[in-house]
Write a protein that binds this ligand. Structure first.
Ligand code: GLA
Length: 389
């Protein structure tokens, strides 16, 4: 629905005028599972948005509806112990709660959500909902927060209320995205460098249609494994009076060689993924800046292999999608993107070949799996803000 129609629909459902905010999903070009290890990522915001239409009321509650969901919900602002309902409304309630904890003024409001980011596809529909909600509620209270603070607040909503221990990448990309640019983000310092994406390539996203659930135990388990490996290296370093290890970001290839033998096979491989993936992101940034798309593409394939074999977050359908794409002309590189266990691959394809690529990968994947995939050809988009009609 366009913004004008959404405003009209809001008027029909709640009465009166509203403001509309939008927040995009994201696709990550390279740097997977590195964000919660204080490492590097390279996402772009995509041309799919979640919209939240919003108006203040004087009644001390938040009334919530969605164009995609049949059931409305209502939350009281002065509820002392809000409880998750284990559905989409948790992202909204989580943000509401964090704004309260942050000392932001709480005002009653009506909210109507219209989500266009595919759900469960690893394209950050949840971050888009959190960010659009935060902007809408800040709009109602008239208070200001800088973008990095909004990103962290939305991440806390997901960590503490929804129960997924995600990193900062998705919320950050949704807020900081820029048309035509990838974001090279240092997840420790939150420093960002915008890297132009050459105009002659398209980002082609291939949805395996296998739904992933990031709140599922596997994601949190990977994070716990990384923390446990980081503790091990911290002990080794402190025994040798080497520099401090606070996260796997601080572990080097030399450390892996020198101390890796003391880790279990699983923790060794998890660490090797993080160490090599961080190096790949930095190499990929250089390749993109110098327009070396073949080098960038090779790093994408290596990233996929590492996610499959060392980090073990791929699945057969993602592997098939990557293997098939590697044989199609015009494609520089492919890999799974996002948390994994399903969802999408990202492919860097010569612009003039993108339509043909999309057609062929859809046919090939369907023949191989009997599943009809959805293919999106997108460019890097701008980050969240007020939506213009
Ligand atoms: C999910 C999380 C992100 C990040 C990716 C994996 O999208 O929300 O924080 O960890 O998985 O790179």
């Amino acid at each position: 629905m366009d913004v004008k129609s959404l405003k009209a629909e809001f008027g029909k459902r709640f009465g009166g005028a509203c403001n509309v905010f939008r927040a995009p999903g994201r696709v990550n070009l390279i740097g997977e599972h590195t964000d919660y290890n204080d490492g590097y990522v390279m996402p772009v915001a995509i041309e799919f948005d979640t919209f939240v239409a919003c108006a203040e009321t004087g009644d001390g509650k938040l009334s919530l509806q969605s164009l995609q969901e049949p059931k409305p919900a209502e939350f009281h602002l002065h509820e002392s112990e809000p409880q998750p309902l284990h559905n989409w409304t948790d992202y909204v309630q989580g943000v509401l709660l964090q704004l309260k904890r942050d000392g932001q003024t709480q005002r009653g409001a009506n909210l109507l959500v219209d989500g266009h980011v595919p759900i469960g596809a690893g394209l950050s529909s949840s971050a888009a909902l959190e960010v659009a909600t935060a902007l809408a509620l800040l709009g109602v209270s008239g208070e200001e927060l800088d973008r990095a603070a909004i990103a962290k607040l939305c991440q806390r909503a997901e960590n503490e209320f929804v129960g997924s221990r995600c990193g900062i990448m998705d919320q950050f990309a949704s807020l900081y995205g820029r048309a035509g640019k990838a974001l090279l983000l240092d997840c420790r310092s939150l420093e960002v460098r915008f890297i132009p994406i050459p105009q002659d390539v398209s980002l082609v996203i291939c949805n395996t249609m296998v739904k992933h659930s990031i709140a599922s135990g596997e994601y949190n388990r990977r994070r716990a494994e990384c923390e446990s490996a980081a503790r091990y290296f911290a002990e080794q370093h402190s025994a040798q009076q080497h520099s401090r290890v606070e996260a796997l970001r601080d572990v080097t290839e030399d450390d892996l060689l020198q101390y890796g033998g003391g880790l279990s096979d699983v923790l060794f491989r998890r660490t090797r993924h993080i160490v090599t993936e961080n190096a790949r992101v930095l190499a990929a940034a250089g390749a993109l800046e110098s327009g070396n798309l073949s080098a960038f593409g090779q790093l994408m394939y290596e990233s996929h292999r590492s996610l499959k074999n060392d980090f073990e977050v791929s699945c057969p359908e993602l592997d098939i999608m990557v293997d098939l794409a590697a044989n199609i002309p015009g494609n520089y590189g492919s890999r799974m993107t996002g948390g994994g266990f399903g969802g999408c691959t990202i492919n860097l394809v010569a612009k003039e070949m993108a339509e043909k690529f999309a057609e062929q990968i859809a046919n090939d994947y369907r023949s191989a799996t009997q599943i009809r995939p959805t293919i999106y050809i997108t460019d890097a988009a701008n980050g969240a803000g007020p939506a213009v009609s």
